[in-house]
Design a protein around this ligand. Structure first.
Ligand SMILES: Nc1ncnc2c1ncn2[C@@H]1O[C@H](COP(=O)(O)OP(=O)(O)OP(=O)(O)O)[C@@H](O)[C@H]1O
Ligand SMILES: O=P(O)(O)OC[C@H]1O[C@H](OP(=O)(O)OP(=O)(O)O)[C@H](O)[C@@H]1O
Ligand SMILES: [Mg+2]
Length: 322
């Protein structure tokens, strides 16, 4: 029996949100040996094993198929996985860890606002200084691909593991490529983002490896996890709207235009409406039901909406079940 292995961040800014994400899906991550133990479990799911790794190690583990699922940033997926299209399957974005990978130059470069300007500077720089422009970054692969797209070849990458934004002031590079969320680190270092210099908009994703060993056990573990995740995601987007109307068929037709759907087995009462309605359309839905004869319309938040068809599992299964 080969278990489903899920890699989750053991440190850094994605760690807390990841635990919260599992918690919302009704899954409790157990780390039996305490924070120093790199293997864990999920309460009640015997066929699932947790691997605690750093966010960038997770991207690598997905790439070489050591884990089935991983939670990591899209920036790391694209930086650390050579052919993401054929190596991983993006299951779903998770709504946390937002950050942009950007090209930033010193604010003092007043004539440089775009990648085209940067391209000019790069050519001039070489002529003038007899050496190439230096770009400090840990996103070596993303930078090469992005610069190539703009036809920029006159530069050299200086690999930087941390404090990348300090490189221009320190004199170890002329510009940088790094990740930013609030922009305060760029600001503090007197750097500005080029107007077309956003290389990638990242956030945390649940990612599946296409290189992992997808045994029957692993697939059924994946189904259990994704049932809960999908159920929770759906529940977040809809509310349960209840009312007694004059004519159910007519009322349902009216609210269906808002995307509201009857979800519960028709009761004998031909006047009872039970619809799942997108949360943005709740007020309109209530208004329609009142005009269809309801005295009162009640609206309930739901914890989970499970369904037979799992929109997260089906596409994964299609890719890995060979
Ligand atoms: N403001 C931010 N700065 C950096 N990363 C962010 C930010 N916001 C979200 N992230 C995401 O968090 C990921 C992990 O970054 P973090 O610095 O927390 O990891 P880490 O534990 O230092 O990992 P590693 O040791 O592998 O570098 C990033 O790759 C990115 O996807
Ligand atoms: O736009 P901001 O909100 O200012 O965030 C961006 C900064 O945060 C990250 O560094 P981190 O704190 O992870 O340190 P590290 O470089 O040691 O990983 C990133 O590398 C930037 O330096
Ligand atoms: Mg970091």
């Amino acid at each position: 029996m080969s278990k489903l292995i899920i890699a989750i961040p053991s440190k850094g800014r994605l760690q807390d949100n990841t635990h919260e994400f599992f918690g919302q899906a009704g899954l409790k991550v157990l780390q039996p040996g305490g924070a120093r133990n790199y293997r864990g479990a999920i309460k009640g799911l015997e066929t699932v094993e947790i691997a605690f790794l750093s966010a960038s190690e997770i991207a690598r583990a997905l790439s070489n198929g050591e884990v089935h699922f991983g939670i990591t940033g899209l920036d790391l997926v694209h930086e650390n996985i050579t052919d993401p299209e054929n190596t991983v399957h993006i299951v779903t974005p998770l709504g946390f860890g937002p950050a942009d990978v950007v090209v930033a130059v010193p604010k003092a470069w007043i004539d440089v606002e775009t990648m085209a300007d940067l391209s000019d500077v790069a050519s001039d720089f070489r002529g003038r200084h007899g050496r190439r422009l230096r770009v400090a970054t840990k996103y070596v692969n993303l930078t090469r691909a992005f610069f190539a797209r703009y036809g920029i070849a006159d530069y050299r990458i200086v690999e930087s593991a941390g404090a990348t934004e300090g490189a221009p002031a320190a004199g170890s590079a002329e510009l940088i490529v790094d990740i930013t969320t609030t922009g305060s680190t760029l600001q503090a270092n007197n750097l500005k983002i080029l107007s077309d210099g956003v290389m990638l908009k990242s956030q945390a994703h649940l990612v599946a490896s296409l290189n992992a060993d997808w045994s029957e056990t692993a697939l059924s573990g994946a189904r259990s996890i994704l049932d809960r995740v999908a159920a929770e995601e759906t529940a977040r987007d809809v509310k349960l709207v209840k009312a007694i109307v004059d004519d159910r068929t007519q009322a349902l037709r009216a609210v269906s235009r808002l995307g509201a759907v009857q979800r519960f087995s028709e009761s004998d009462d031909k006047r009872r409406v039970n619809v799942l309605c997108p949360k943005d359309a709740i007020a309109d839905c209530a208004q329609i039901l009142i005009s269809e004869g309801a005295d009162t319309v009640t609206v309930e938040a739901l914890d989970y909406v499970f369904s037979k068809e799992n929109r997260l599992f089906a596409p994964l299964k299609a890719k890995v079940a060979g």
